[in-house]
Design a protein around this ligand. Structure first.
Ligand SMILES: [Zn+2]
Length: 259
């Protein structure tokens, strides 16, 4: 069947109308995406504030008092801030049991309570995400290739108690966390690995966490560098008060002194 072609002006009008509709559609979808992106952090902040405001469960408080020696010595204002942050972290942290470990609420609470010490003064506006936690029953083995000065590559096995990854992941051994809960000597695997996470929020695990401005960065670097060099000198001459592992590099220095 032969159709008579439409006059040119009508074709042009129809084209413009369909372009207009397409444009409306594109702008509409873009507006919805932008609104969702803007609203998501506001919603998260509101949810976190509501979580922090909730009364702290009595059985959690009892568990902390019974199982974590340091908790008994914390001043009441620190306990209060820690408990607020802990409620948020309990709901915002994903745990994964490894090597068959079944992660219980008790394990989550006793792990995150130590981490919450580091986050107690951080506002919910500053924190985007908390790291995921991979929990092993005991020390775990990590295999990796290392290259020496001659370019020789060898496969090595390391037994680790904990590990912190830049991509927001912390790996911990539960049996070592249990030991730390009973001690008051400045050793905490959880605090160590979470300190690496806080150090990495600015994009690099190098011993300086996210700080408000350039002046504070300069001051931080000056003080930390001097303290690091002092400790390295002390470690050369004898046994320093701080774990000599802190002399490995500025990132380990930050993590160890956080403990
Ligand atoms: Zn470390």
């Amino acid at each position: 069947m032969h159709r008579r072609p439409l006059p040119q002006t009508i074709v042009l009008f129809a084209d413009l109308r369909s372009y207009g509709l397409a444009l409306y559609l594109v702008f509409g979808v873009a507006a919805v995406i932008v609104a969702a992106l803007v609203y998501a952090p506001i919603r998260r902040r509101r949810q976190r504030r509501a979580l922090a405001e909730r009364p702290f469960p009595r059985q959690w408080r009892r568990l902390l008092r019974d199982r974590w020696v340091l908790y008994r010595y914390l001043p009441s204002n620190v306990r209060f801030a820690l408990q607020r942050q802990l409620q948020v972290m309990m709901s915002a942290t994903d745990f994964y049991g490894c090597n068959g470990l079944q992660v219980t609420e008790e394990m989550k609470l006793l792990t995150l309570a130590q981490a919450a010490l580091l986050y107690q003064n951080a506002s919910q506006d500053q924190l985007a995400d908390f790291p995921h936690v991979l929990l092993y029953p005991n020390a775990f083995v990590r295999e990796g290739d290392t290259t020496d000065e001659l370019g020789l590559v060898s496969r090595q096995r390391h037994v680790l108690l904990g590990e912190s990854w830049q991509q927001g992941r912390v790996i911990l051994s539960w049996s070592d966390i249990v030991q730390d809960l009973r001690r008051l000597d400045g050793h905490s695997l959880v605090i160590h690995e979470y300190a690496h996470q806080i150090d990495g929020y600015d994009g690099a695990m190098n011993g300086s966490p996210l700080l408000p401005n350039e002046t504070v960065y300069r001051r931080w670097t000056k003080i930390m560098q001097a303290a690091y060099e002092d400790l390295c000198r002390e470690a050369e001459w004898g046994q320093p008060d701080i774990d000599p592992y802190a002399t490995s590099n500025p990132a380990e220095f930050f993590a160890v002194i956080s403990e």
